[in-house]
Design a protein around this ligand. Structure first.
Ligand code: DLL
Length: 439
């Protein structure tokens, strides 16, 4: 237990008994399935093919009879064929850029925007935000949901919102000082960059910078990275999770215990499945996260496969919320690199790097195939202090990282130490992998 003071935005919903939650979820699920069956021809056809009728879905346990949805569905039925409400009811479009071609888009009704704002108000409150706070939003505003999500949540709380969007780091820091920002919302990689820049400018967290907490997400990050951000900025760094298809950030969030992310279960039902068989897995086991939206009306997602890997727990949390929690995302089924037959997650390598003295957490994994064998190169940046060390000392660090990767991940990697500030900085989602084998 952290001993921290916990604020809860909506105790009635966030602390309801498990029986009440089960009854609520079951009723909302049945309603959503009916809406989807009646309005979305693709999903009706999929249910018919499985021999499932809306009246078969009465409780949360019946979820397993429903067919899955996938990101490819959003591409195949782009842009509006998955809408479960009339076009005239859609008040907002958000999207995320895929690695290939067109973005995927999701349509939000007024109800969906309100639900999302509530989820984000809960998220920010759990990190300690009240109407007295100044919330600097350094997530991008646009089709990406980060900026608008944080704005809407802080606005609902009645805090003072500073909608900076991402980038323009010097101006970002100037405004942070001038306006006395107390909360920061951005990606963890950008938080690291902001923290480093603040330190380089000789500014002192707690004195020149008034931040007390941050809500960071939209990309995977490690526990070691959290410790680093907390040290750099002198704050509580809370993990927040979400995806465009489910209504943006705020699907799940850390409270100040930072022991897993509370899922907004009155709006989404979470399952963990074995990605190979599609079978449900029990609490505690790692697998692919699947979500069903039960209060969205624009484009509800039923059993949506996120490809994110984590586990769930229903163990009680010291904050008083009764909702189940998801662990940190440890990787994606499609981000998992298979190198010489070994499963490698970038987060494992990040943990090694962040814990190593002398290197900065700016890194890139370059995978290639040479003479029919996979190669992995880990490029990481040295700190200024390390850079001015002797060649022998630098070589010791390189060797240390190589050994650690071998022992943690189980494969040999070539480690390249780059000069300070030579690697690209990320203002939004960081790109950490170059897989030349796919080219
Ligand atoms: O990234 C929404 C968001 C904005 C979440 C701001 C948190 C903060 P998409 O662009 O649709 O939506 O990307 C969703 O990002 O499936 C995960 O793979 C990844 N992701 C999001 N949050 C986290 C997190 C937003 N906390 C995809 N940890 C998801 C790890 C995350 N991965």
């Amino acid at each position: 237990m952290s001993g921290k003071k916990h604020l809860i935005y909506n105790p009635e919903k966030e602390c309801m008994s498990r029986d009440e939650m089960h009854a609520w979820q079951s009723a909302k699920l049945a309603e959503t399935v009916r809406r989807e069956y009646e309005n979305v021809p693709m999903y009706r056809a999929r249910m018919d093919a499985k021999g499932v009728k809306p009246e078969d879905i009465r409780t949360v346990e019946d979820l397993k009879y429903l067919p899955f949805m996938e990101k490819t569905d959003l591409r195949d039925y782009y842009p509006f064929d998955l809408l479960a409400s009339p076009r005239s009811e859609i008040v907002r479009i958000h999207g995320s850029s895929g690695t290939t071609g067109k973005p995927i888009v999701s349509g939000y009704t007024r109800n969906d925007v309100d639900v999302w704002s509530e989820m984000m108000a809960r998220t920010l409150t759990a990190a300690g935000c009240t109407k007295d706070d100044v919330v600097q939003v350094a997530y991008g505003f646009g089709l990406f949901t980060g900026g608008f999500g944080a704005y809407q949540g802080a606005d609902k709380i009645g805090a003072m919102v500073v909608p900076m969007s991402s980038g323009n780091t010097q101006r970002q820091i100037m405004m942070m000082q001038d306006l006395g920002a107390t909360m920061l919302c951005c990606t963890p990689s950008y938080a690291t960059y902001l923290g480093e820049t603040i330190r380089e400018m000789g500014l002192a967290p707690g004195k020149d910078i008034k931040l007390k907490a941050g809500c960071f997400g939209a990309e995977p990050w490690s526990e070691a990275m959290r410790v680093r951000i907390e040290e750099l900025l002198g704050i509580d760094a809370c993990d927040i999770y979400g995806l465009t298809e489910l209504g943006g950030p705020g699907v799940a969030f850390n409270c100040l215990e930072k022991d897993g992310m509370h899922i907004n279960e009155d709006h989404v039902i979470a399952e963990i499945i074995d990605p190979a068989t599609g079978e449900q897995l029990p609490y505690g086991e790692k697998g692919e996260l699947v979500f069903t939206s039960i209060t969205k009306t624009g484009m509800p997602m039923l059993r949506y496969r996120t490809h994110d890997i984590c586990s769930l727990t229903d163990k009680p949390c010291a904050c008083g919320r009764s909702t189940i929690r998801m662990s940190r995302i440890t990787g994606r089924t499609d981000d998992m690199l298979i190198i010489r037959g070994v499963n490698v997650f970038p987060s494992q390598i990040e943990t090694v790097l962040v814990k190593t003295q002398g290197v900065a957490p700016h890194y890139m994994l370059v995978v290639d195939r040479v003479n029919n064998s996979d190669t992995l190169e880990v490029q990481v940046e040295m700190t200024e202090e390390m850079f001015s060390d002797t060649v022998g000392q630098i070589e010791n660090v390189r060797r240390y990282i190589t050994e650690q990767i071998k022992s943690v991940v189980g494969i040999s990697a070539k480690v390249t130490l780059n000069a300070p500030k030579s690697m690209p900085r990320s203002e939004g989602k960081a790109k950490r992998i170059i897989d030349n084998r796919k080219l």
